[in-house]
Design a protein around this ligand. Sequence first.
Ligand code: F6R
Length: 361
Amino acid sequence: EKNGYPHFMLKEIFEQPLVVRRILSTVNKNRDELQIEDIKSIDISWEKIKKVFIVACGTSYHAGYYAKFLWEEELPYFIEVELASQMHHRNLRVPDETLFITISQSGETADVISTLRKVKEKGFKVLSLVNNPQSTVARESDYFINLRAGIEIGVAATKTFMAELVYLGLLKEYVKNKLYKVKIDLDKWNMLPTYLENYLSNIKDQVFETAKKYYQKKNFLYLARGRNFPLALEGALKLKEISYIHAEGIPAGEMKHGPIALLDPETPVFGIAYKDDAYSKMINNLEEAKARRAPIIAIGNEKDKKLENLVDDLIPVPNIDPFYYPYMGVMVLQLFAYYVADLLGREIDQPRNLAKSVTVE
Ligand code: F6R
């Protein structure tokens, strides 16, 4: 049940620290070897793989897209991410040593199932991350990781997205550890649930106040760069699916190639501008938006004076290890969409036209 929350979605947003804690309880170190319960039986020869091909839909696709950036930083693979629905129209030209990864909350998404069957038929191995061990995707994959998020009832995926991000991050650590024998700092991971818990309770009122300022707007542009871009896509998807407000995620560097024409004082920009390697370019992009008098909301670092002066509303992350920022930022994006939808009196747990699992192609 809802445990006193008005909607399952809000309950599931607040469950995220717990989900992360549950996942981390399956992770151990034996001397310097990283062990993850679901991964130990996976007999993939990681050193032989040349390419990793990630396939998913919707929110799960965003998790895969994020993982592409994360993995590419430290793993020696060429990584491709594709929407499962697009796979029908592609001629697969990949090396024999390609590992396919599918990601699916339900494990019943028709396009994911058909991709899985198609690539298996061609002799490729498939590793799947799924929240339902009994599902078709889980049963038919060669290897399977249980997301352990618990049943998700809200149609908008929240805690399963977090579980996907965390598992994909841990899997990267696992492969790095295997390939290069480098030590993995598990303490950093083990702090994550507590940081998320504290962050949620510290930030929720401010996110609500921000939602109150903007919920009557008709269009939102979510801007980010690099690994934050998939998260901008996710923020925009959450907003459109539950509030029915038009929202787009745009790579900030693409603005001047067209979308900047959309900016005006009625079109809020939601930027992700942490102090990371994309920071200075993001600042330039937000300045361009400000010059067009677009209202700007940003997630960025606490006490970042430059950003504070530039934007209308800064939703801060604490100045800790940047490792934590994306996980915190995701919760802000989810909460913002939730509060906007609630202020508009939307259905939230069962938005119009949407089903929890998409079983037709
Ligand atoms: C968005 C959402 C959908 C799903 C998509 C894939 O909140 O829930 O975009 O992410 O339909 O579903 P799964 O992960 O079950 O394959």
